[in-house]
Design a protein around this ligand. Structure first.
Ligand code: HEC
Length: 192
């Protein structure tokens, strides 16, 4: 029958259209270079598999330029358990006035965990406060501080910069190693 032929022709046309569409797609496939031609350098804190690698952060320099106001805001995460003002009460955790350069388990009227009591001769430095805040349970296995940890080095630097100010005589700020020496930048050329 005539209609069969028409149907067959339409079917063939459809197949051809499909095939040519397919090859057209193939032809426009753009081959991307395997490596990006530019590289953005970022400090990596995790490896490709998402695992932890040794952090190569310069926390001291970050604290030196830390944002005290941001640090104070971040302390809301601690305020349920800690008071910060001078002579403030112990809560679930000890009062934290003047903690930088204090000893571990620095208050005699707070019931610290065994692991903290065992560290009571150790001084709280900028670095070990940062390590503790990053992963309390890793720094002090068995600690009573049930706080998950502050992941971002920047956050830790800011809150430590703020903690430092909570003292009658704040500890000296660390030197910012990366900061350019004063007067190192060229003065703008004077016009005439
Ligand atoms: C869920 C309650 C809780 C939260 C939240 C918490 N802490 Fe603690 N923190 C504690 C407890 C409890 C201890 C005592 C730890 C021990 O004895 O093992 C402690 C101890 C500390 C110490 C050591 C004090 C000393 O005398 O040696 C510092 C420093 C500290 N916390 C800082 C912080 C900061 C900063 C935050 C917020 C980012 C925070 N904590 C959040 C409960 C908490």
């Amino acid at each position: 029958m005539e209609s069969n032929k028409i149907f067959a022709a339409l079917l063939l046309a459809g197949i051809i259209a499909m095939l040519s569409g397919f090859t057209a797609k193939k032809m426009v496939t753009i081959h991307m270079p395997e490596e990006p031609s530019y590289v953005i350098e970022v400090a990596e804190t995790t490896d490709a598999a998402g695992g932890e690698v040794a952090e190569e952060i310069d926390i001291l320099s970050m604290i030196a330029v830390g944002d005290v106001a941001k640090g104070e805001k971040l302390s809301k995460a601690c305020a349920a358990c800690h008071s910060f003002e001078k002579g403030g009460p112990n809560r679930v955790g000890p009062n934290l006035w003047d903690i930088v350069n204090a000893k571990h388990a620095h208050l005699s009227d707070f019931p610290y965990s065994e692991v903290f009591v065992g560290m009571k001769d150790k001084t709280w430095t900028y670095e070990n406060i940062s390590d503790f805040l990053a992963k309390p349970k890793q720094y002090a296995p068995g600690t009573k501080m049930s706080y998950i940890g502050m992941k971002k080095p920047e956050d830790r630097a800011n809150i430590i910069a703020w903690l430092r100010t909570l003292s009658d005589s704040p500890a000296a700020l660390p030197e910012a190693k990366a900061a350019p020496a004063e007067g190192a930048t060229d003065a703008p050329a004077a016009a005439e």
